[in-house]
Write a protein that binds this ligand. Structure first.
Ligand SMILES: N[C@@H](CCC(=O)N[C@@H](CS)C(=O)NCC(=O)O)C(=O)O
Length: 214
């Protein structure tokens, strides 16, 4: 299959998919969508993804949106090396941890939400950053407790899973808004283990062709 990933270097949802591709050793052509310049709202992109959000994966001519749907698609086509554990209960718990990030932290800190807080709602950047840090901290507090109950080297036991692919980009995002992470030693330890691996290096925002200082 010929894969093409529409993404943006700093998009944490696209970063999840890059991690999955790299973990599984899959090549995908990269099409940068510059979110700061509004390319996600351009007609040629929304024709492919009505939501105007990255990531979007093309498998041949078939478009798939939503990072977790994309990752599970890759997992089903390429089960090795796995990103989900073997039993239904373990899989459900991994998905729960992934959704703690992807459904309950990330969406309320997404670019379009933060922009709406600024205009038309009129909040200044300091208030918007406080908003982001608040929801990241609330989510990470629960996730740190999850890691204490279920974690090992990784968020769920000792095997990398979809949950880690959500955690690492969210930590990258948290650092961008200067979130105090000292209360989350387990999450930071998992982040360090993942980021020490070659596949994570390849997927890191700083190593993408569209990466810039802007
Ligand atoms: N639930 C979606 C979220 C996708 C999403 O929100 N992507 C962000 C970048 S991380 C985006 O495209 N934002 C554009 C905008 O807010 O205008 C997924 O997991 O793929």
């Amino acid at each position: 299959m010929a894969l093409t990933l529409y993404g943006y270097w700093r998009s944490s949802a696209a970063y999840r998919v890059r991690l999955a591709l790299a973990w599984k050793g899959l090549d995908a052509a990269s099409v940068p969508i510059d979110l700061r310049r509004g390319q996600q709202s351009a007609a040629d992109f929304t024709a492919r993804n009505r939501q105007g959000l990255v990531p979007l994966l093309l498998d041949g001519d078939n478009a798939i949106s939503q990072s977790l749907a994309i990752i599970e698609y890759l997992e089903e086509l390429h089960p090795e090396p796995p990103l989900l554990p073997a039993t239904p209960l373990d899989r459900a718990r991994v998905r729960a941890a992934a959704l703690m990030v992807a459904a309950d932290i990330h969406p309320i800190n997404n670019l379009r939400v933060l922009k709406y807080l600024k205009s038309p709602l009129g909040h200044d950047q300091a208030t918007i950053d406080t908003w982001a840090r608040h929801w990241i901290t609330a989510g990470f507090t629960a996730l740190e407790a999850f890691a204490a109950e279920h974690g090992g080297r990784f968020l769920y036991g000792d095997a990398l899973s979809i949950a880690d692919l959500c955690l690492v980009p969210q930590l990258y995002n948290a650092r961008r808004v200067d979130t105090d992470l000292t209360a989350f030693p387990r999450l930071l330890a998992i982040d360090a283990v993942v980021n020490a691996q070659d596949f994570a290096h390849a997927a890191h925002p700083a190593n993408q062709p569209d990466a810039s200082e802007a």
